[in-house]
Each structure stands twice: as structure tokens, then as C-alpha cells.
Design a protein around this ligand. Structure first.
Ligand code: AVJ
Length: 318
């Protein structure tokens, strides 16, 4: 999830995919930039800070669920599967799962090779006897797993409600790709944030300290820094709205006045009140979640939640 730059303060070369997504996204109507671009070094640090906020319940709730569900999980998955994590296990959730299921091997997958190797090295310290085989790649597409884990039954791990960033159509494509990558007899452990009152959801994405606002606006700083942009960041306000029809929190950046700016020389004009849509975070009730899993080619076998039913972890089989 994190995407480190070359070094602090050093100008990194613009990623061509970032440039393409920003330019096309700002020309589109309504304007929208994919959420994956939040995670430069600063954005990753701000996301870490979000996970500690009193209003942002998902991370601590999912971690608590993973801790308490362990004995039950083992009865379903046994021990000695190879754990394949989609997104490279930077969180405290990974050690909780590894201690629980005692895998025969661990395969973290991430698009950022640098970050992948760093977190794999840190995990190897904590689990000296565990074979770790990092795999650099885009898990949205079917992947060939390392030959060393070819014969082991797999347990896919996709925590954090990351699937919520995708539209249901993209989410089912991803679930199918995961099923293809993990092979026969695979199981999948996946975290999904639950639909709940907007009185709880909106503050989780618009906290009192303004950390989420800073996380959202950092995208504009990143565009200015990496794509030679002249966006007046102070003229944009963070907005988090609950879209009930689509069961998702949306984050937007709203222009507070008419603004003109350029990105790599290309001119853009926005009028006061116009927005850039920067993130979707879909929320699934238990029935929604199970239908989504089935649509993606998985059969749900177990479900765990917290006492307040804020978040759920699902186990499914291929
Ligand atoms: C990392 C995608 C799960 O949607 O809750 C947190 C990202 N955005 N606050 C989420 C996020 C604003 C987060 N995910």
C-alpha cells in the first residue's frame, strides 16, 4: 500500500501511470482521480495516522477480530497452508494471522517492490523460520505464484476493507483473479467494513483533527510536486459524503473559489463548488458481502464480527 519515493526531499521521476490517471481524470466530467495515488511517502504516513484516530474504527476493530477468531479460524483452515497476502503486509494484522495459522510459507504481493522487500525483511526478523517469498506485481491481474508454494494449499488474505475502494464490478473481477491465482482448494480471508449509520461513517472519514483532510489534499501536493502542477491547494476543501444509494463513503476535494492551474503545462479551470472525486469506500452488510463473494466465484464458509458489528471478516472457499 505504501509507495516510497526515492528519498525524502529528492524529486522522484513521475510515474507515467500517475500522469495518465491525473490528466485523464481532471479532463473527465465529473472529475475523478483513483484512490491508489494517495499513497506516496507522505500519504502513507498520513494513512498510518488515520488508523490511530478515535473516529477511524476499521483498523483497530479488524485487528481485534483477527485476534479473537483465531481458534475458530484454525478449525476451518487447519495449519500449514501457504498464506498469500494481497497488498504487502505492512500492518500489525499480518503477524496476528501468521501466528494463528502457522503457514508453510508466506507470499506478500505488492506493486511497490521497494516497500515489499522492506516489509518482508522486517517480518523475517519476527518469523525467522518462515519461508517468505515476496512477489512484485499487480494483484488485479492473475498472477503466477512462486514455484516453491505450487503444491501447498493456499489461504489468500485481503484485510483492511481494501476491496471497498473498488466498484462492485471491479471487486468481482478482482475476486475472480484471486481465485485464479490461488488455485484449487484455496480459501480466502477477507475484511469488509459494514454499512452503518452515516453518523459513524462520516466522522471516520472527516475527523476532528483534520488528518483525513490532509490525506486527501496531499494528493494535490503530490500532483504539484511530481507533475509540475500549480494547483492552489489552499483553495480546496476536504469533503466526505455518504452515498446511500451506492452504499459508499465518497471523498471529494471541493474548490472554494474559481481556480485556474496547469499540470505539466496543460491548463485547467474549475469553478467555485466544483469537485474532484478522490475515493470510494464501499460498505457491505453481511448479505451484501456474501453475494459479492459468490459473484466473484467464492463460497462463504464463516463470518466473524466485533460486538458492535462495525466490521466483518469472511472466510470463503474456492
Ligand atoms: C485503506 C481503502 C481501507 O477506505 O477506509 C481511510 C482508506 N481513506 N480514510 C478506507 C481511507 C480515508 C481506507 N482503505
Amino acid at each position: 500500500m505504501l509507495k516510497p519515493e526515492i528519498e525524502d526531499g529528492q524529486m522522484s521521476l513521475a510515474d507515467p501511470a500517475f500522469r495518465a490517471d491525473v490528466l485523464a481524470g481532471l479532463e473527465r466530467s465529473p472529475r475523478a482521480i483513483p484512490a491508489r495515488w494517495f499513497y506516496d511517502r507522505k500519504g502513507s504516513e498520513l494513512f498510518e495516522a488515520i488508523t490511530d484516530l478515535p473516529e477511524y474504527y476499521p483498523t483497530r476493530t479488524e485487528t481485534a477480530i483477527l485476534k479473537t477468531m483465531c481458534p475458530d479460524l484454525v478449525t476451518h483452515v487447519g495449519r500449514g497452508r501457504a498464506v498469500v497476502e494481497f497488498g504487502s503486509g505492512s500492518s500489525t494484522k499480518t503477524p496476528v494471522l501468521l501466528r494463528c495459522v502457522e503457514p508453510s510459507a508466506y507470499v506478500p504481493i505488492d506493486i511497490s517492490g521497494d516497500f515489499l522487500r522492506d516489509s518482508a525483511r522486517a517480518l523475517q526478523q519476527a518469523f525467522p523460520d518462515l519461508p517468505i517469498h515476496p512477489l512484485e506485481g499487480d494483484f488485479m491481474r492473475p498472477l503466477a505464484l512462486p514455484a516453491m508454494v505450487a503444491d501447498a494449499p493456499k489461504l489468500g488474505f485481503f484485510p483492511g476493507s481494501t476491496i471497498g475502494n473498488m466498484t462492485p464490478a471491479m471487486a468481482t473481477d478482482l475476486l475472480r483473479a484471486m481465485r485464479g491465482s490461488l488455485g484449487e482448494g484455496a480459501m480466502l480471508l477477507i475484511g469488509m467494513d459494514r454499512a452503518k449509520s452515516s453518523d459513524v461513517l462520516v466522522p471516520a472519514y472527516d475527523d476532528a483533527q483534520g488528518v483525513t483532510a490532509a490525506f486527501n489534499r496531499n494528493l494535490l501536493d503530490r500532483i504539484n510536486r511530481e507533475l509540475d502542477g500549480t494547483i492552489p491547494v489552499e483553495a480546496f476543501r476536504h469533503r466526505a459524503v455518504w452515498n446511500d444509494d451506492r452504499s459508499r463513503i465518497e471523498m471529494h476535494l471541493a474548490a472554494t473559489r474559481d481556480v485556474d492551474f496547469t499540470i505539466e503545462g496543460r491548463p485547467f479551470a474549475m469553478t467555485a463548488g466544483e469537485t474532484i472525486h478522490t475515493e470510494n469506500s464501499h460498505k457491505y452488510g453481511p448479505r451484501d458481502a456474501k453475494i459479492l463473494l459468490r459473484a466473484g466465484g467464492w463460497t462463504p464458509v464463516a463470518e466473524w464480527t466485533d460486538p458492535d458489528q462495525l466490521f466483518s471478516v469472511y472466510l470463503a472457499e474456492a
